[in-house]
Design a protein around this ligand. Structure first.
Ligand SMILES: Nc1ncnc2c1ncn2[C@@H]1O[C@H](COP(=O)(O)OP(=O)(O)OP(=O)(O)O)[C@@H](O)[C@H]1O
Length: 234
C-alpha cells in the first residue's frame, strides 16, 4: 500500500464558461509519496506546480484527483478533514492573527467549533515553551511570541507559517517554495527541520523549489507542458 497516492490528477480552466475554450493545465497525472519521503517538484514558472499542490490539498476548484492516504480514499474525508492531514503551505505567507503565538495556534482553535469531531482536538496544544523552541530551531530567536506578525520580514513570516503547519502534525506537507526568500543558513534550518520531522513522524513532503538541490529529496519530479516526469535538473 502506498502511503499517499494521487491518480487522474487534472486541472482544467474555463470548463463552466459558455463562450470559453477550456484550457488544460495538466490532465491524467499520477504520483505517489512514501511514508517519510521528501520529493522535490520542479518545472518552469507557470507550468502548474502550485496548482498541482493545491489540487492535492483539495483547495483548487479547477482541479480534481483520485487520492488515497494510508489506504483511505479522499472520498471518505470531508475537505476540511483532508486538509488537516494533507496540508498546503502557500508560496505567500498569510498571518492574520495579531500575535505570533495567535498565528501559531490558529489551527488548534478550529477544533472548538463546527469541526469539533476533527482529529485536531486530539492533538496536544503546544505550550509557549515548545513554540519558543520551534521558532528558535528555525533561526527566529529574535521573534517574540507576542509580536505582531506583520512586523516580520517575509522570510520570517514564511518560517512562522511553516511552524504553524508542522504543529498540526500533518501526514503530508505540500510546501510551495517555503525557502524562496531565505538566505542559505535559514534555508538549511528549514530543510533540517523538515527532514527531522519526516523521519520522526513519517510525514511525507512534496516541495516546490527553485533553489539548487540540497540533497534532502529522495526523488525529483518535473512538471512541464502538462507532463510529470521523474528526475530532471532545475
Ligand atoms: N483561470 C485561469 N485561466 C487560465 N490559465 C490560468 C488560470 N489561472 C491560472 N492559470 C495559469 O496556470 C498556470 C500555472 O500557474 P502556477 O501558479 O500553478 O504555476 P507555477 O508552476 O507554480 O509557477 P511559479 O513557479 O511561477 O510559481 C499559469 O500559466 C497561469 O497563467
Amino acid at each position: 500500500m502506498e502511503y499517499f497516492k494521487a491518480e487522474d490528477l487534472s486541472c482544467v480552466f474555463g470548463q463552466d464558461g459558455p463562450n470559453t475554450q477550456p484550457k488544460i493545465l495538466f490532465s491524467g497525472l499520477s504520483l505517489q509519496l512514501g511514508r517519510g519521503e521528501i520529493v522535490d517538484l520542479i518545472g518552469p514558472s507557470g507550468s502548474g506546480k502550485s496548482h498541482l499542490l493545491t489540487a492535492l490539498a483539495m483547495l483548487d476548484p479547477d482541479a480534481c484527483a483520485m487520492m488515497d492516504l494510508e489506504g483511505c480514499s479522499c472520498r471518505d474525508f470531508n475537505p476540511q478533514e483532508w486538509r488537516r492531514q494533507v496540508v498546503y503551505l502557500p508560496q505567500r505567507p498569510t498571518l492574520t492573527s495579531r500575535t505570533v503565538i495567535g498565528s501559531l495556534l490558529l489551527g488548534f482553535s478550529f477544533g472548538r467549533g463546527r469541526f469539533s469531531r476533527s482529529s485536531v482536538n486530539s492533538r496536544e496544544r503546544p505550550s509557549p515553551l515548545e513554540l519558543r523552541k520551534g521558532l528558535d530551531v528555525l533561526g527566529l530567536q529574535d521573534v517574540e511570541l507576542d509580536r505582531n506578525p506583520l512586523s516580520l520580514s517575509v522570510g520570517q513570516q514564511a518560517r512562522v507559517c511553516l511552524l504553524r503547519s508542522l504543529l498540526l502534525k500533518p501526514k503530508v506537507l505540500l510546501s510551495d517554495e517555503v525557502d524562496a526568500g531565505l538566505d542559505s543558513d535559514s534555508a538549511t534550518m528549514v530543510a533540517c527541520l523538515l527532514e527531522r520531522t519526516s523521519k520522526s513522524t513519517g510525514m511525507a513532503v512534496l516541495r516546490v523549489r527553485h533553489r539548487d538541490a540540497d540533497g534532502l529529496a529522495s526523488r525529483t519530479l518535473r512538471l512541464e507542458q502538462g507532463s510529470l516526469s521523474e528526475g530532471g535538473a532545475l
